[in-house]
Design a protein around this ligand. Structure first.
Ligand SMILES: [Cu+2]
Length: 125
């Protein structure tokens, strides 16, 4: 009596599991191509580190309207001063940043007032 009841119950469970797995949808795992990727060359901003008494990207090309941010990674003051005087950060203390938006097309050379060998340029198109 008892063993037969047990077998019956077991058969029922196996049948239930079987129908369950047969009935499950054809799921093939993660959907493909979910990553759109980051767009790193957008027009909204660009950055230059000042480190080791040098501008990390000393020749930068950006679109008109781009805001460029310089960050002083050194432990002395630096400046970002346009050679033609069109912009001047004043002293950028260690750890601080300076931003300038380039709204007109052209090539803008700049330097650091304290260390005139530190030079860079931004080409705006
Ligand atoms: Cu400097």
């Amino acid at each position: 009596m008892k063993p037969r009841y047990f077998l019956f119950a077991l058969a029922f469970v196996v049948a239930a599991l079987g129908s369950c797995s047969k009935g499950s949808p054809n799921y093939s795992g993660n959907p493909p191509g979910g990553n759109n990727g980051g767009n790193n060359n957008g027009n909204n901003g660009s950055s230059v580190n000042i480190a080791g008494f040098a501008f990390s990207s000393n020749s930068l090309t950006v679109s008109s309207g781009t805001s460029v941010t310089w960050k002083n990674m050194d432990n002395v003051n630096h400046t970002v001063t346009a050679d033609d005087g069109s912009f001047d950060s004043g002293d950028i203390v260690p750890g601080a940043t300076f931003s300038h938006t380039f709204s007109s097309v052209g090539t803008f050379s700049y330097h650091c007032k304290h260390h005139t060998y530190m030079t860079g340029k931004v080409t705006v198109h």
